[in-house]
Design a protein around this ligand. Sequence first.
Ligand SMILES: Cc1cc2nc3c(=O)[nH]c(=O)nc-3n(C[C@H](O)[C@H](O)[C@H](O)COP(=O)(O)OP(=O)(O)OC[C@H]3O[C@@H](n4cnc5c(N)ncnc54)[C@H](O)[C@@H]3O)c2cc1C
Ligand code: FES
Length: 253
Amino acid sequence: MKYCKDFIVVGKEMIRSDLFILKLQYQEEVLPEIKPGQFVEILIKDKKDVLLRRPISIHDVSKENNQISLVIQIVGKGTEELSKIEMGNSLNLIFPLGNGFSLIGNKVLLIGGGVGAAPLLYLARCLKEKGTAFNTLIGSRDTIQLFNKDKFSDLGPLHIATENGSCGFKGLVTEHPIMEEDFDAVYCCGPTIMMQKVASIMEKRNIPCFVSLEHKMACGFGVCLCCVVDTDTGNKRTCINGPVFLSSELKNF
Ligand SMILES: Cc1cc2nc3c(=O)[nH]c(=O)nc-3n(C[C@H](O)[C@H](O)[C@H](O)COP(=O)(O)OP(=O)(O)OC[C@H]3O[C@@H](n4cnc5c(N)ncnc54)[C@H](O)[C@@H]3O)c2cc1C
Ligand code: FES
C-alpha cells in the first residue's frame, strides 16, 4: 500500500555545505509499516523546472514519534531546492516505495559507502529489534563523510574504513578484515563500484549479497519503465522490484 501525504519538517541539520538531514513528522495518527531499504518520492513544490518527484531512501524511522528521517546530498536543482526548506514547512511524499531488504539469517554484515550508507541505519534498528547479530562496516574517503557513526555504534558493532586512514582501518571496505568472517547474508548500499566489488567477493564465497541500486527514476511506481535492469528472470523495474536485489540475479553487475 502506498500513501501520498504531507509531512512537516521538524528537524533540519546541515552536516556539510552539500549534505543535510531532515526529520519529518507524519500528520496522520500512525505511520504505516515501513521496511528498511524502502524510499520516498518527494514533490518539489513551486519549482517549474523540477517536474518529477525525487527518490530518497528512508534513513530512519521513529515509530514512537511518528517521524522519518532522510539524508540528502545536494547534487542538482531538486536537492538544492529541498535544502532551502524551513522548519514547520510541509513536504509531500509518496511512500513507502520499493521492496526493501529481506531480513534473513542469524549473523549478517551491513556495508555502506559514504552517503550511500543512509538506508542502513533503519536496517540496523530493525535487525536489532529482531535479535539478529550484525556488524556494520562503513567506508568513506575521510572522516567528513562519517557523519552518522555514533548512531550506528549505538545499535551494534561498527567498523570503519577510510581511504586516508584518518579513522579506523586504512583502506577500502573490501580490504577490511571483517570481510573475511562468515555471515549468513550481506547488505550493501553505496557507490556502484563498491557494491560490485563486495558482491563479487561474497558470490565467490556463496554468501547472499543484497545490493540497493540508485537507478535514475521518474515515476517511482512502475509506470514509466525508465528504471529497468536486466536480471536472470528478465527485465525488472528498480522502483517496484527493487531497489534491493540479490546481486547474483543482476546481469552485468
Ligand atoms: C531508490 C533511490 C534512493 C535514493 N536515496 C538517496 C538518499 O538517501 N540520499 C540522497 O542524497 N540521494 C538519494 N538518491 C539519489 C537522488 O534521488 C538524486 O540525487 C536526486 O534525485 C537528484 O535530484 P536533483 O534534482 O538534485 O539533481 P538532478 O538535477 O536531477 O541531477 C544532478 C546530477 O545527479 C545525477 N542523478 C540524478 N538522479 C540520480 C540517481 N537516482 N542516482 C544517481 N545519480 C543521479 C544526475 O545524473 C546529475 O548528474 C536516491 C535515488 C534512488 C533511485
Ligand atoms: S521509475 Fe518509473 S517505472 Fe520505475
